[in-house]
Design a protein around this ligand. Structure first.
Ligand code: BTN
Length: 254
């Protein structure tokens, strides 16, 4: 990954100083890992870590995130938000909307959100988001498959945006910085929740919890705090508060 992309991103945003907060690597274990190390060294809010390749890209629930070179955007941004703890939890949901907005601006594509924060296009996951808290700082780690090719079982569930142009990739990174950097304001103004719901691919569908595959639930909606509201076949309600459970659509999506 070329160092001059820092300046190209700053030029796109019309903010030369942004370049000083961007750190570009050819290879890292994980951009979130590097962000963690930098938080311990006092990195400022708005610091961005980019890598062309991750050797140990991490996903939610202890999964790995496939991060081959020259094919995806592997991005982490450090935020030090001034938000009450209960609102901090919602930063993950707000980040999903922020990434959808960035992709729409640059690629003209409308992504769907699978609760909590997996982004899909044409029924395949094209982007994952891993939010991690380190003290009062938050790392938003975003992995976007631009041209990544998947084999075997993975090819059934994962896809790519088919974003070939290097120029457009730089624009997308810049839009991510604009959108993720503006998250705190977006959360204060609450102008992301309706969009989150309208992009949700689960509302109204029949799903099951992977750990309890015998029970079907209908997804009623998404609550004020980003929780998933379900009803079982007898009409009993169940609320899922965190993404630490895996949900699948009964009709086949993984
Ligand atoms: C998921 O799908 O469960 C979340 C995947 C998040 C992947 C991104 S890539 C950049 C950042 N660094 C990581 O190690 N993970 C996130």
């Amino acid at each position: 990954m070329k160092q001059q992309i820092k300046e190209q991103i700053a030029e796109y945003l019309g903010e030369p100083a942004v370049a000083d907060k961007i750190f570009v690597f050819e290879e890292l274990d994980s951009t979130n890992g590097e962000a963690k190390r930098r938080i311990r060294d006092g990195a400022a809010s708005g610091t961005v870590i980019l890598a062309n390749h991750q050797t140990a890209g991490r996903g939610r629930m202890g999964r790995s995130f496939y991060s081959p070179k020259d094919s995806g955007i592997y991005f982490s941004m450090i935020l030090r938000p001034n938000l009450p703890t209960e609102e901090l939890v919602q930063i993950t949901t707000a980040a999903s909307v922020a990434v959808c907005r960035a992709v729409r601006t640059v690629c003209g594509a409308e992504l769907s959100i699978k609760w909590v924060n997996d982004l899909y296009q044409n029924g395949k996951k094209v982007c994952g988001i891993l939010a991690e808290a380190v003290g009062s700082a938050v790392i938003l780690g975003i992995g976007i498959n631009c041209t990544t090719r998947f084999d075997g079982e993975l090819a059934k569930i994962a896809g790519s945006l088919n974003l070939q142009s290097e120029r457009k990739k730089i624009c997308l990174i810049a839009e991510l910085i604009r959108q993720i950097g503006g998250l705190e304001d977006a959360m204060i103004n609450q102008n992301w929740q309706e969009e989150y719901r309208s992009r949700s691919m689960l509302i109204g569908k029949t799903v099951f919890i992977v750990a309890e595959p015998e029970t079907d639930y209908t997804v009623l909606g998404i609550g004020e705090k980003g929780e998933l509201c379900l009803a079982d076949q007898e009409g009993r309600s169940r609320i899922l508060n965190s993404g630490e459970v895996s949900i699948r659509l009964r009709d086949g999506m993984k």
